[in-house]
Ligand binder design. Structure first.
Ligand code: PEP
Ligand code: MN
Length: 339
């Protein structure tokens, strides 16, 4: 349920209501809006005396939360969540669209430094790159690990870009949280609940990718795990789903953007690289995603895709990226955003 406080409720009055819901065994998640505070209360509500809470000073009303995901839902928070990322604190989910680009995996220092410079010059806000890679085959390149994280951190020092890199398991959480700005949870881990809870306890934004066969409710419930564990800064990322279709690696359902915007206040970004699997499809799908209302993009970009250690076929070059940016800007402006 949600307790809606009247405008002007004081800190003490809000604290009083929180103490009351705690007495009933519920966990509180206060959301401080611009004109009023609402307190989402989660837990077993059977023993709660709603009338008693409604009687507390400055309580306006109590309403049930109908959606299965509570904290992620628009019912609890109407204002869109903006999540500052990286050393410059670029707000993902604000009026400006943010582009994150970089290789699938960190291969060596030169590859990352070259890409980072190009990505920054193109006007992107973040650098992606996996130091730990969740590969389908155990014989494929598994990433540079800690060394890769240190290279990414050096690229941040040089460029000021936000570093986005994947946490593939609980063991990698500590080093990734130490070196990166945004913790990526990959499609394969979207339902790794202990990992979701663990990133929920870290004070860094999380980029949560949709599982390749996850429904929209499962996707939002995965986000709910992270928020419920204490981290409200979840960026949702559509990266394509498995279908019968074979001309693409995954089918990229851009209709999820308006669907998510109807259901959640969390920012939504799109990954057209994994979403299509083919570099030539990436620019048009980037344009389409922004036209459909995405808050940002995460794109695979490699200086030498033909020799990439992973996902070369879906990686665009820095040159393609720099040619794409002005077009993305024009589409962003056409839908009342900036870039
Ligand atoms: C990646 O970002 O390189 C990656 C492995 O993505 P996904 O989890 O979407 O497959
Ligand atoms: Mn990849």
């Amino acid at each position: 349920m949600i307790i809606v406080m009247k405008p002007g409720a004081t800190k003490e009055q809000i604290q009083h209501v929180i103490a009351l819901v705690n007495d009933y065994g519920l966990k509180e998640h206060p959301i401080y809006g611009t004109d009023r505070t609402v307190i989402a209360c989660l837990g077993d509500k059977r023993a709660v005396n709603k009338d008693a809470i409604e009687n507390a000073p400055m309580v306006e009303k109590i309403v049930p939360i109908l959606s299965p995901y509570k904290m992620a839902s628009l019912e609890v928070k109407k204002e869109r969540t903006q999540i500052p990322i990286g050393p410059k604190g670029f707000p993902i989910g604000g009026p400006a669209v943010g582009i994150i680009a970089g290789p699938c995996s960190v291969e060596d220092r030169r590859q990352i430094m070259t890409t980072a410079q190009a990505v920054r010059q193109a006007g992107c806000i973040g650098l992606r790159g996996g130091a730990y890679k969740p590969r389908t085959s155990p014989y494929s390149f598994q990433g540079l690990g800690l060394e890769g994280l240190k290279i990414l951190a050096e690229a941040r020092e040089e460029t000021g870009l936000a570093i986005v890199t994947e946490v593939i398991g609980l063991e990698q959480l500590e080093p990734v949280a130490q070196y990166s700005d945004v913790l990526q949870i990959g499609a394969r881990n979207m339902q790794h609940y202990p990992l979701l809870e663990a990133v929920g306890k870290v004070q860094k934004p999380v980029l949560l990718k949709r599982g390749m066969s996850a429904s929209i409710d499962e996707f939002l419930l995965a986000a709910e795990y992270i928020i419920n564990a204490g981290n409200p800064n979840v960026i949702l990322c559509e990266r394509g789903i498995r279908t019968f279709e074979e001309y693409v690696r995954n089918t990229l359902p851009l209709a999820i953007i308006p669907a998510l915007r109807e259901r959640t206040h969390l920012p939504v970004i799109v990954d057209p690289s994994h979403g299509t699997g083919h570099a030539y499809m990436v620019p048009p799908m980037c344009l389409a995603a922004i036209a459909a209302g995405a808050d940002g993009l995460i794109v695979e970009c490699h200086p030498d895709p033909e020799h990439a250690a992973s996902d070369g076929a879906q990686s665009i070059t820095p040159q393609t990226l720099s040619q794409l940016m002005p077009k993305l800007r024009r589409v962003a402006e056409a839908v009342d955003r900036t870039l």
